[in-house]
Write a protein that binds this ligand. Sequence first.
Ligand code: RUG
Length: 798
Amino acid sequence: MAFDVQEFKKEFQKKFEELFAYGYESGSKTEQYIALGDLVRGLYSDDWIQTVTDYNKKKEKQVFYFSMEFLPGRMLKSNLLNMGIMDCVKQGLEELGLDLDEVARAEVDPALGNGGLGRLASCFMDSIASTGLAGNGNGIRYRYGLFKQKFINGYQIELPENWLRNRNVWEVRKENKAVIVRFGGDVSFTQDGDGKLRVHHENTRDILAVPYDTAQIGYNNGIINNLRLWSAEIPYGDEAHFSTEEQREEVKRITEVLYPDDSNYEGRLLRVQQEYFFSSAGVQSIVRYFKQLKLDWSLFPDKIAIHINDTHPTLAIPELMRILLDEEELTWDQAWEITKKTVSYTNHTILQEAMERWPETMISDLLPRIYQIIQEINRRHIDKKMPLYGEELTQRTAIIANGQIKMANLAIIGSHSVNGVAKLHTDILMADTLHDFYVMYPQKFNNKTNGITQRRWVQIANENLTEMLDETIGTEWKSDPEEIKVLKAHRDNKIVLDKLEQVKLANKKRFADYVLKEMHIEIDPNALFDVQIKRLHAYKRQLLNVLHILDRYLQLKDDPKANLQKRVFIFGAKAAPSYYYAKQIIKLINAIADLVNNDPAINDKIKIVFVENYGVSLAELIIPAADISEQISLAGKEASGTSNMKLMSNGAVTMATLDGANVEIRDNVGDENIFIFGLKSDEVQEYYRNGVYNSREIYEKNPRLKRILNLLIDGSIPGVETEGRDIFDSLVMYNDEYFLLKDFDGYLQAQYEADVAFSDRDRWNRMALMNIASSGPFSSDYTILRYADEIWKIKPQS
Ligand code: RUG
């Protein structure tokens, strides 16, 4: 986008004065940000309109990515980068006495997701636009995003995150595109003169779904797609039906808060309402669009792909059926063919507790017509498969069983593609978790290993590295991330390795400044920064990291001169508010941090930093500063992971089990540039099967480990009497569900090797370089092109 610095300065000043009626110099950072955002939005609006017009004119096939969560992060710099006007705006602001970074920090980071799944959706939105694909997001405009995390006395406290407190400059409310979503009511049938069965759905509770659209700007290609988030409102003119405060509150509640959990789904009714609300609104607006094309219904799957991100939007399947059957009067077979050909589904977990199931009565009360359709899908499925696969297998794949509706089963049966998110994960789905379905529908299963966008995670988060890469290998990697591999040619170039070390040091200083300012903890940028950032969950094994820290602590207590690499252990993690054990782990880590950080005998050889309120913006600060990336989940449990890819792209060396995408990272980077330890997935499975695991025995037989575990219960760590005991019991007395004790020795050995490697600066820098140079294949641009080619059947715009 052509834009000139002087022109920008003029426009910016004008915009500011127009909005705030005084000069920008007297404005707050927030006001300056709002003026800049507003100006930028105006700059891309022509391209936005043009993109939509082109799609409509060409009747291009489009994908609609349905996701309950999106974690876009702050959008200002990402938009400037993709529009190609970052440098111009930076310089213009500088000439006006403003700093772009400071202004950008005034943007509130919209936390409309829990973790990896939501961030993946946002990386995908960026990649869909940047690879020139016609694609749109569909989700919920939560009034409050994921809670804001505070630590009080080391405990996690959750506060509401009012992300809309200032204006959201990026969204555009589109009242004329609103649709009605109907809940409850009575369903009846009549037969017409022509013999056709007509469905009547009456006495429903009608909610208005109002879309808020946000531009998804492609990287230097003029393509601007749309992310549509729906908000629940009282229908205009229908206020009489919402006369009580309680009725009005009920409407508001539907899009009030993000359900704060990414694995244990409880809380139920409201969540189903949310799921149906945005699925129905999304499908209705798609059908409205398709009808404008004036094509035969059989062409629907040639023009539309609906992708459901996890099972949360699965109700899109019966909703599309409902519209095709009841409103458009297609036959069941026609509607079913169209629906299956249109919908595809990604599975993100094998954890049983994360597999959504809803009580049958809940769905029949809340969505009576949808319930009938699900029943019919189930009946036909059973009828068709029973003769082929027999009673047992067929029943195991039923959508409705024991009073429950199984959403994964509905998603698989009602779609044409089911993908896992890393090779290992997909293998486990096919061999185990979804094996029955794999037997029935082998052609539906495929793998799409996750990816990340280097635009946000390198170009924006790590400007120092970006500059160094541009100088060393040119800029091609920015448009074709695989090209970063040419950096490998510099693996033995001392000048490049030293530069890389300087880049890392500068990023570590930047993070150290933040930690000093915000947490009043002084950390040494020359220490090894050991980073574990992800949701707090037992299977992710933050506790294994803790056991390692305690081992070092004891070594230093025994011998303050012990030859140990100085380390800063950095944690960022939120625990689901109802996940008691995870919250206990947070308290434990904070208590150990207090103990260790303030113990003069440790002499700063260990520092522990648990950042509050971890999210996308903090990740952008931490990831460029990391030396070690902790990816230590129990093998087989983490579907993919994406922080592993972000950290690798920024030159952190991975400390990993062979889990999720770690396996592919190892394959790409080579054994000499990663630290691998621990049980393999099939060994874990074997333990579960034969049941011979005995953590108590390991505890008794391993004096080093025993001494560490005893610290949890002998009062050595002040303030964690309850937590220490509960965690000790879970590991020692209740047989350590995630095999921490089994993997402990291997982990210590790998950490020891990391110490040795880090002390040899050239070796370490070479490892870091090889990680950066091998990270290209993990670009979400490639992941998305595979989705487009193999699942959605759409092609980049020419
Ligand atoms: O736990 C998984 C991660 O392994 C994965 O990288 C991410 C994106 O695919 O999705 C996470 N996930 C899984 N988030 N929610 C779930 C439960 O459905």
